[in-house]
Design a protein around this ligand. Structure first.
Ligand SMILES: [Zn+2]
Length: 263
């Protein structure tokens, strides 16, 4: 998702609406087949549409905090949240039809897709948590601590530090952090310093919010309106947890993430 213009209210009090596009590089049609999306592509479409809704439905005053201009550990909540809809039977019946027969995707295939999503999640969740903690530990170091670590050496002893952190977090030998320090590009070079956790945290919020929808009915208009008014209209104009509490009436339960991953 990209926006050419943020939503904002100008000096005359006019609500300037945002200009937003979603452009994807998806499977193209061939001579013998129409364009048929892979599961990953379907998820990407739902994901980016979640960002687009966050931008389009914005009702803020200042462009700097409108739409998707929110804290980094909050922004993916709404795109990941939207992905939850992709494989709900009610929604699949609307869009997932056989390109030749028009038949709705069979329940048995949907069950297989949903089960495959839970494959190896114990390993994947652990390696993500380990990478998030390793990132935090590097960015918690003071300059003095770094100087002590580097004494008599050419630089900080990266491998020794990483080994100590992994031992402290109780990581078993079979699981290593998703990224080792020496190639952990996100945290040293891509603006995710002390922020790698944000992917998992956004997932805690999105899965907890989705559980609420599941309890109330995924087409429940009151819950949907509340979600829209509380989150999608507010951008970054209020603290994320204040908004979350307003929507859910409680802090998010990390168990929702584990349940969604089948753990
Ligand atoms: Zn995204």
């Amino acid at each position: 998702m990209t926006n050419f213009r943020e939503q904002y209210v100008d000096a005359e009090g006019n609500d300037v609406r945002p200009i937003i596009i979603n452009v994807g590089n998806m499977s193209a049609a061939t001579d013998s087949l129409p364009a048929l999306f892979t599961i990953d592509e379907v998820e990407t479409v739902f994901h980016e549409f979640g960002h687009a809704l966050h931008g389009l439905l914005s009702k803020c005053t200042y462009p700097s905090v409108s739409g998707t201009s929110v804290a980094r550990d909050f922004v993916e909540t709404f795109s990941q949240f939207n992905e939850n809809w992709a494989f709900q039977p009610e929604i699949l019946a609307e869009y997932a039809r056989h390109y030749q027969t028009g038949e709705v995707i069979p329940d048995s295939l949907v069950a297989k897709i949903n089960e495959a999503h839970r494959f190896n999640q114990g390993f994947m969740t652990s390696e993500l948590c380990a990478a998030s903690i390793l990132d935090m530990k590097w960015h918690e170091l003071t300059e003095e601590e770094l100087a002590i670590m580097s004494e008599g050496d050419q630089g900080a002893n990266v491998a020794a530090f990483e080994e100590r952190v992994c031992k402290e977090m109780g990581l078993i030998e079979e699981i290593i952090p998703r990224y080792r320090t020496t190639y952990f590009n996100h945290i040293f070079n891509s603006g995710y310093s002390a922020g790698y956790y944000s992917y998992l945290w956004a997932e805690v919020l999105d899965k907890d919010a989705f559980e609420y929808f599941q309890q109330q009915g995924i087409y429940n208009p009151e819950v949907a309106q509340s979600f829209r008014r509380t989150f999608l209209e507010k951008g970054g104009s209020e603290e994320p947890m204040v908004l979350y509490m307003r929507f859910r009436g409680a802090e998010p339960d990390p168990g929702a993430l584990l349940r969604a991953r089948g753990l």
